[in-house]
Design a binder for this molecule. Structure first.
Ligand code: GA4
Length: 277
């Protein structure tokens, strides 16, 4: 059976409505990892907002610029070249406008890769192919070196969180990313201008409103490392963090069960709803 998909159109994409900040929101908290109070400020940011920016994180800017340059080189290729083997490793590799298979669309193009060693080399072939053979190594080393640095940072942040919450052992969260079977992903997004909307001075959301289900998402510019647990891992509140007699609001489920059900729905859907007790 051959199914002809309708091309993604502009009407399907959500338009940004800029929020005017209210008196309570004073901006995204900045955590300076070189400061002795960074653990405490991080916990405060997690409790109040669940979102923060880290500075003095130790990822060399040279590493970020190298990978950005490789990404720019890839996205400047012709459409035919970029789409050469799209679909082979779906949903990984190159994609344009369509995010997932449930109708989410955005004004962006992207490269999506799995970060485990063997899967990385499989799911990043399109990216590496952007270069003539002799230079492929450049792209490959830019990706692997960046990923190893960002994973180290993700683990450091997760260990600071565990310590700040007095959870033992301190690698309770980071060991999930260190696990050989960690289901982590890497996404490189490119947001091209949208001429039709520029004419009417309207901004477009490159990527629709959504919630990432993984343990941690580390974003620079738009190169996102999604640190996820292994499939078999059960997701439940840590008993240590529950009050006496307090019960989880959700039924127990594994990361595999959650992911399988979530990825059948759209980005803005309430994906936890069906796991409520
Ligand atoms: C994985 C990482 C992010 O959480 C996400 C996910 C998105 C979704 O939740 O709908 C995707 C998934 C993620 C990978 C492939 C596509 C898109 C579901 C899916 C089947 C928000 C993203 O950027 O890609």
């Amino acid at each position: 059976m051959v199914v002809l998909a309708k091309p993604a159109s502009l009407e399907q994409i959500s338009i940004i409505k800029t929020h005017t900040s209210n008196n309570f929101f004073t901006g995204v908290p900045v955590i300076d990892l070189s400061r002795p109070d960074s653990k405490a400020t991080m916990i405060k940011a997690c409790m109040e907002l669940g979102f923060f920016k880290v500075v003095n994180h130790g990822i060399p800017t040279g590493l970020v610029s190298r990978l950005e340059a490789e990404a720019v080189k890839f996205f400047s290729l012709s459409q035919v070249e970029k789409e050469r083997d799209s679909g082979i490793h779906s949903p990984f590799g190159y994609g344009s406008k369509r995010i997932g298979s449930n109708g989410d669309v955005g004004w962006l193009e992207y490269l999506l890769m799995q970060t485990n060693r063997e899967s990385l080399s499989r799911t990043s072939q399109t990216f590496f192919r952007a270069n003539p053979d002799a230079f492929r190594y450049e792209t490959e080393s830019a990706v692997t070196e960046y990923l190893s640095a960002v994973k180290k940072l993700a683990c450091e942040v997760l260990e600071m969180m565990a310590e700040g919450l007095n959870i033992q052992p301190r690698n309770v969260f980071s060991k999930l990313l260190m696990d050989e079977e960690s289901d982590s992903l890497f996404r490189l997004n490119h947001y091209p201008p949208c001429p039709q909307l520029q004419e009417v001075d309207c901004k477009l959301t490159g990527f629709g409103e959504h919630t990432d289900p993984q343990i941690i998402s580390i974003l620079r510019v738009s190169m996102i490392y999604f640190g996820g647990p292994p499939y078999r891992e059960r997701l439940a509140p840590l008993p240590l963090l529950m009050g006496e007699g307090e019960e989880s609001l959700y039924k127990e489920f594994t990361w595999f069960e959650y992911k399988t059900s979530a990825y059948k729905t759209r980005l803005a859907d309430n994906r936890l709803g069906q796991f409520m007790k």
